[in-house]
Design a protein around this ligand. Structure first.
Ligand code: PMP
Length: 460
């Protein structure tokens, strides 16, 4: 089918995730056709360096023969196996066993979901099962972070704290609350790490007290780098301090590693940076590197055993999906894990070091207020006045310009809400490819700055 026909049918029939329906219809889709390594080709034959790994997920890069072959073999052998009523299948069992060996603390069991949103939704359900099993049904409130993203299921979208997910959606739910983001660039306590940690721990204690005390609060959720909120890297030691505060308050510490998992920040799981031992952990994305849908919820021994031991024999835990632990996704997950274990993480660490060095150089650009990076996860925050840290006026339409100019430059990244460029290149990138990406970003920023309206705004 030719591109014009595809765009027209897309406009008429396909609803896109998190998009302006009117804007999408007006602009029309870019049709992606094929991929190899870190590169995509669209339906017009334009090659694009994918600096966002699809949607922070294609950590291995595109076209990995071993992953494709693993999926093909499993499709031939057994395309589907239910996990209901006593059945199981080898790839899911092997993947669960290998993942839990890598997972932090006592996260010795995993429930496989279809992606990140239903993994988060699963945690919210498991939390209720757990607190009810402990005989503490009044422990119901759940606390997340401003600028947090935890998917777009009904309950998860309320735990998320980004305006676009709340507008007209009747969330957050009454038991969902948010603390200030530990954002070193914009935290009221200033950029000092210790001050932010102190303020965050204080804010958690204060919020728990305002909700009626620890007896009323079930869990605290965080990403270890806030992804969709603008790639916010909390100060070192922040997550450890929050975990300690949760233990002190007897509330569950839940870590969402949907983005940060699978080498995105260096180690297989970002929990390793600070030796965290969460009570629950969610994963998705890099688990299958985007080659098939799959996510997962890890449960600690204490959580799992409390639910198991307090449910009468023969009574089912009513949480499940037809495609949980899907054998093709699991076989793909195993092949992807082989790649991580076989040197891909090391390549990501080396490429991430180069990325961080290049971003540090970008800090001098007149449009750049801050840069931050952890492994192959990075953000560039744009301002129109550095001293005042002034966010670009939405009327300037910077996000749209960034998208268009990047495409014309042959690079892909994510433009968040007009003021942050998000980067998450595949871990297979060479340093040359990181250079192409960063040189392209400089060219895009220069072009944005030459825009008369933007230039005016920068002059104040
Ligand atoms: N949690 C986090 C931290 C995420 O970044 C995302 C997706 N970007 C999700 C949950 C939801 O995952 P999915 O889009 O696979 O449902």
């Amino acid at each position: 089918m030719d591109t014009a026909r595809l765009i027209s049918l897309d406009r008429e029939h396909l609803i896109h995730p998190v998009s302006s329906w009117r804007g999408h219809e007006a602009a029309g889709a870019t049709i992606l056709e094929s991929g190899k390594g870190a590169w995509l080709t669209d339906s017009e034959g334009r090659r694009l360096l994918d600096g966002f790994a699809g949607l922070w997920c294609v950590n291995t890069g595109y076209g990995c023969d071993s992953v494709i072959e693993a999926g093909r073999r499993q499709l031939e052998k057994l395309p589907y196996a239910t996990g209901y009523f006593g059945f199981s299948c080898e790839p899911a069992i092997e993947l669960a066993a290998r993942l839990t060996r890598h997972a932090p603390g006592t996260l010795n069991r995993i429930y496989f979901s279809l992606g990140g949103s239903d993994a988060v939704d699963g945690t919210l359900r498991f939390i209720r099962y757990y607190q009810n099993a402990r005989g503490m049904p009044q422990k119901r409130h759940v606390i997340g972070l401003e600028k947090g993203y935890h998917g777009s299921s009904f309950a998860g979208s309320g735990l998320t704290a980004l305006p676009v997910f709340h507008r007209d959606a009747d969330v957050p739910l009454p038991w969902q609350h948010h603390l200030p983001s530990p954002d070193p660039y914009r935290h009221p306590a200033g950029p000092d790490g210790e001050a932010i940690i102190h303020a965050s721990v204080r804010a958690l204690h204060d919020m728990v007290a305002s909700l009626g005390g620890p007896d009323q609060v079930a869990a605290f959720y965080c990403e270890l780098v806030q992804g969709s909120g603008g790639v916010i890297v909390p100060p070192d030691g922040w997550a450890r301090a929050m975990q300690a505060a949760c233990r002190e308050l007897d509330i569950l510490f839940v870590v969402d590693e949907v983005i940060t998992g699978f080498g995105r920040t260096g180690p297989l799981f970002a929990c390793a940076h600070e030796g965290l031992e969460p009570d629950m952990m969610t994963v998705a994305k890099g688990l299958t590197a985007g080659y098939a849908p799959m996510g997962g919820v890890f449960l600690s021994d204490a959580v799992y055993e409390t639910i198991r031991d307090n449910t009468p024999p023969g009574v089912a835990i009513g949480h499940g999906q037809t495609y949980s632990a899907h054998p093709v996704s699991a076989a793909i997950g195993l092949a992807v894990l082989d790649l991580y274990e076989g040197g891909l993480l090391d390549n990501g660490v080396a490429a991430g070091r180069h990325l961080a060095a290049r971003l540090a150089g970008l800090g001098n650009h007149p449009l750049v207020g801050a840069t931050r990076a952890k492994g192959m996860l990075a953000g560039i925050e744009l301002v129109t006045d550095k001293a005042a840290k002034a966010k670009p006026d939405p009327k300037l339409g910077i996000a749209g310009k960034l998208g268009r100019y990047g495409y014309e430059q042959g690079i892909l990244y994510r433009a968040f809400a007009d003021d942050v460029i998000g980067l998450a290149p595949p871990l297979c990138c060479s340093t040359d490819e990181i250079d192409i990406l960063c040189d392209g970003i400089v060219a895009v920023l220069d072009r944005v700055m030459r825009d008369p309206q933007v230039a005016d705004a920068m002059r104040g």
